[in-house]
Each structure stands twice: as C-alpha cells, then as structure tokens.
Design a protein around this ligand. Structure first.
Ligand SMILES: [Zn+2]
Ligand SMILES: [Zn+2]
Length: 244
C-alpha cells in the first residue's frame, strides 16, 4: 500500500498517511479562506483550501504535535502549525462525523510527481468563493450530500465568468467599499487631482469606477465626472450613494 508523508511550510510539524486519499477537493468556505490567508506559505494563500479526505485512523502526526494550534470554527476543529500558521488538518467537532479528516494537500511531499489520487474532484462552498474557476470540476453551492451538504450544484454564470470579475465586485460592494476607503484612497485621490490640474483637465471618464471612490471625490471638487463599470452591483451601490 502506498504511504505519503508531509510537513508544514516551516517543517516543525510532520505527518504520515497510510494509503491514497479517498478524494481531494477545493474548499471555498469561510473557514478555509480565513485559515489560508493566515499561512506563511504562498501555496496556501490562494483564497481557498485544497484538502485530501482520509480516514482519521490512517493519519498520524509524526513530529511537532506540541507545535499545533487549535482553532474551533463552525463545528470544525482546525489544526495549524503555531509557527508558520499553515493548516495541517481539519476535523468535525461532531463525534458522528469524525471518521474522516481533511488534510492540507499543499503540505504533502511527493518524491515523484503528484499521484492521480490527489487530483481534485470538485469544488465545495463555491458560493463563498473569491476566485472563479473555469475548470470542468463539479462546483457545489455548499457540499455534496455525503459531506452533509445540500448536494446542489452552482450554476456558473458564463458572462460573469468571462468578465473575470472578482467575487467582491459581483456580490459584496459593501465590503469592497470597506476595503477601499482608507488613507491610501485619499492620498490616491489627491494625487489624481494634482495630475488633472497639471494637465488642465476638467472632464473625467473613470472607466473602472467600482463604487465610486474617485468619481465622488472629483465630482465634489467641481470636475465633470462619468463613472463606468462592468460590475452591475457596484453601480447599484453607486446610485444609492448618489441619492445621499
Ligand atoms: Zn510550520
Ligand atoms: Zn472549507
């Protein structure tokens, strides 16, 4: 039987798995996204998790167990390396669902190329994604039934996918604003204004205006501004702001 070994990014935590995984999958749930963003490893910091499903009994931490940090979230326990903050594995808190665990695929070390059994078979929690995928893998809104989800598939909106709009722009303009309005935005706006003055420009077309960080600033300062964007929800947000 094949055996696989792995270690976290900094190498403090090492593990061993008996046999091949049942499957591997990309998970876009909030837990995986948050945990991925904490890791020091670039391979982890991609906005989703890539986990291998194993029987809990086939997985063993071989060194560095005392270096594990535990995070409990939404009925799951996630074990991270304290030093590099990379996810090692996650397990359900529900005793009836603890037969299987999800192990971070990025930590496996393969002597040859990655075995077929590690190729991802699906996306789960695709509804929460921040990265769009154009692959042919099934994309579940939450999770398949055997993983205690609804089993419903996400219907990919081709137009949105082609535009490649980041998820925030499509569904969360509120969050987009929260990120965008900052000291840097103010500094950027002042710089833009300086450049416009230098060139004696009075009319501005902002072709990727988003929720209007520049449009509103410049309009207030007497410029004639037109904002345009491919993300319809940003523009709705824009209208709401205009009415204020
Ligand atoms: Zn580590
Ligand atoms: Zn997840």
């Amino acid at each position: 039987m094949s055996q696989h070994v792995g270690k976290c990014y900094c190498g403090r935590v090492k593990f061993y798995c008996d046999g091949d995984p049942f499957f591997t999958q990309y998970c876009h749930c909030n837990k995986c996204r948050e945990v991925a963003s904490r890791s020091r490893s670039d391979a982890d910091k991609v906005g989703y998790g890539w986990t291998a499903g194993y029987l809990t009994s086939n997985f063993k931490i071989t060194s560095g167990a005392d270096n594990l940090e535990e995070i409990v979230k939404n009925n799951a326990k996630l074990l991270l390396c304290k030093a590099c903050h990379g996810l090692i594995y996650g397990i359900s808190l529900d005793k009836n669902k603890q037969a299987g665990i999800g192990i971070n695929v990025n930590n496996f070390h393969f002597t040859d190329s990655m075995p077929e059994s590690f190729k991802p078979v699906r996306h789960i929690w695709y509804v929460n994604r921040i990265v769009n995928f154009n692959d042919d893998l099934p994309k579940f809104k939450d999770a398949p039934k055997e993983q205690f989800g609804s089993g419903e598939l996400w219907v990919v909106n081709e137009a949105e996918n082609k535009l490649g709009l980041p998820f925030e722009y499509q569904q969360m303009p509120e969050y987009f604003d929260a990120h965008n309005i900052s000291e840097q935005t103010e500094a950027k706006n002042r710089l833009i204004e300086e450049l416009l003055k230098e060139q004696n420009v009075k009319t501005v077309l902002d072709m990727t205006c988003g929720t209007g960080s520049q449009v509103f600033y410049l309009a207030k300062r007497g410029y004639e501004v037109i904002g345009s964007d491919l993300a319809p929800l940003c523009l709705i947000k824009h209208e709401v702001k205009l009415k204020k």
